[in-house]
Design a binder for this molecule. Structure first.
Ligand SMILES: O=C(NC/C=C/[C@H]1O[C@@H](n2cnc(C(F)(F)F)c2)[C@H](O)[C@@H]1O)c1cc([N+](=O)[O-])cc(O)c1O
Ligand SMILES: [Mg+2]
Length: 214
């Protein structure tokens, strides 16, 4: 049967990127998505905003919801201080299998823990599975109707602390209206919109950065 898009993206990385070089993995994926097949990676333009927030926060504990092929996983992990771990959650086993290979090819496997399952099941287990008390940084890029329920779950599980940073992709396209309304109007968050474009296109999209106020 025909290969899947994530498999073709992985093949491009294995063929064109330099093993052990995260930047070349990132550049190879961006080139593939711009010139061969579009794919729902955060991309280079929004990726630069993601980079700047990760560097600013310099998190000791970080969570990503929605690994997909591991593009943003590699982007985040390459900037983390030594000894810190990025936990990334992926629901689809086929995507997870591709992501594991892309992460390994980048050489960042020691900084990343990819966990397969549903956020609703895994978030309540973060303390017991990983000894995590709170997350300094959370990147949301999974199903858009899960952003709001999942941050409410993070709050309930006491996984956010005063100053925790949430960064959400696609708040304009495809859009996360209920999430946006919540973080922009809740007294428990201070929110800011970073205008950009949908990956590899001229369509408007952006990232919403929200600080949990406790
Ligand atoms: O739909 C989009 N993204 C959905 C992304 C979904 C990805 O998140 C995973 N997931 C689901 N639950 C979990 C958790 F956390 F529970 F484990 C992880 C899914 O299996 C999938 O790999 C999207 C669409 C467009 N677009 O232009 O259509 C552009 C984008 O940037 C997008 O992110
Ligand atoms: Mg996205």
């Amino acid at each position: 049967t025909r290969s899947t898009r994530p498999q073709r993206l992985l093949r491009a990385v294995q063929k064109k990127a330099i093993k052990g070089d995260p930047q070349s993995v990132i550049s190879t994926i961006d080139y593939f998505c711009r010139h061969s097949e579009w794919a729902m990676n955060v991309g280079d333009e929004k990726g630069a905003i993601l980079d700047s927030v990760v560097c600013e926060v310099s998190p000791s504990t970080a969570l990503e919801l929605g690994t997909y092929c591991g593009y943003s996983t590699v982007r985040i992990a390459r900037l983390l201080p030594p000894g810190t771990k990025l936990i990334t959650l992926e629901f689809n086993p086929d995507y997870a299998a591709v992501a594991r290979q892309i992460i390994e090819y980048s050489g960042l496997q020691d900084k990343i823990c990819l966990v397969e399952g549903a956020s609703g099941d895994l978030i309540p287990k973060m303390q017991e599975l990983f000894g995590i008390k709170t997350f300094d940084f959370v990147f949301l890029d999974h199903w858009k109707d899960r952003y709001l329920p999942d941050i409410k779950l993070l709050e309930e599980c006491q996984l956010l602390r005063k100053g925790s940073i949430l960064l959400a992709d696609n708040v304009i396209c495809p859009g996360t209206p209920d999430y946006l309304e919540y973080v922009r109007n809740s007294p428990r968050y201070e929110s800011k919109y970073f205008k950009s474009h949908l990956e590899y296109t001229k369509v408007e999209d952006g990232l919403e950065k929200s600080v949990f106020l406790g």
